[in-house]
Design a protein around this ligand. Sequence first.
Ligand SMILES: *Cc1c(COP(=O)(O)O)cnc(C)c1O
Length: 400
Amino acid sequence: MKTYMENKISEQEGYFGIYGGQFIGDELKAEFDSIYEQFLKLKSDESFQKELADLLEHFSCRPTPVYFAKNLSKKAGCEIYLKREDLNHTGAHKINHSLGEALLAKRIGKKKVIAETGAGQHGVAIATAAALLGLECDIYMGEVDIKKAMPNVNRMKILGANVISVRHGQMTLKEAVDAAFEAYQREYKTALYTIGSVVGPHPFPTIVEYFQSVIGKESREQFLEMTGQLPDCVIACVGGGSNSIGMFDGFIDDKEVKIYGVEPLGKGEKIGENAASLTYGREGILHGFKCLLLQNEDNTVADAYSVASGLDYPGVGPKHCYLKDIGRVEYKTINDKEAIDAFYELSRTEGIIPALESSHAVAYGLKIAKDNKGKKILISLSGRGDKDIEFVLENYPRKF
Ligand SMILES: *Cc1c(COP(=O)(O)O)cnc(C)c1O
């Protein structure tokens, strides 16, 4: 556990322990501080809360159910419950913060949202929210990712977004973030940067966490109502860390609830083979904030890899780094093969095809079920697997 002094540091605005912060130029700092101030005001503004709640309920079908996975539970010897974020409009939890951020943009007088996307999941969610709220939408995406994720590119185009191809470096997510950030620096007076997870400089991790905390808040109430108890443990996958932090927020003060974050081990433990930043990362700065970061021996940012493209970011949200340091959350890993196994297992025992990202959380739940007979396990099912079907059939076909 941390000493008093170290906990004091965590109370500094925008820091979680030694992580987070705002490693950006002065002009943007002033803009970000102003965005944060306006966000804090809106948080206690009744009409903002009402509009957001209405969108979540009627546009995105919240509250999403907690589902008791009876067949899987029987096989595993545990009680397994799934928080069904896959049932959100657009098929994942990303719509929660996208609606929040787009509404924030509109309320603070911006005309446009700017975002980056890797596999296109965040791009589709933001383009959806922008269409609904009448905002222009520029999405930066690496040329390599554009070719790989054509269905999502087409969705964004239909929704009216400009998809801007980034053609330098590796032409994937990292370059797309750099390009989006550069564009934002030119356009911040009329646009809001709408980041895709609990990452980036302060105040973005805090803003995105706030909009995702609906997952944990609902889950806690629903679980108590269903079972009369709290779960014994709660599990979620960690890419940037937004669905997980949203889920964990509901249970963080319940000391008796064990909390596990699951990182992608990809092909193995070597740097470059995985995207497990909390497990193999070292303190570093990326995209304007400090976190545990996957780095090569010469301290350059390492390539991140996972079979689940939504998890392959070399950094991770600063609050997760802090929760790891103080020991409140345990971070574990699941490799590609284990995730694929869980993808098929959930599909075939429950009739629910999970996203490959979410399959990591399911896999870890099944793994610990063996040593936790009879216990109640709650898993964040962050998204549905429709987007992964072709890839899985092509690369990991399975008969029975
Ligand atoms: C993007 C994505 C993730 C990873 O993002 P987090 O910010 O870590 O939640 C997980 N699951 C799905 C379905 C996603 O689309």
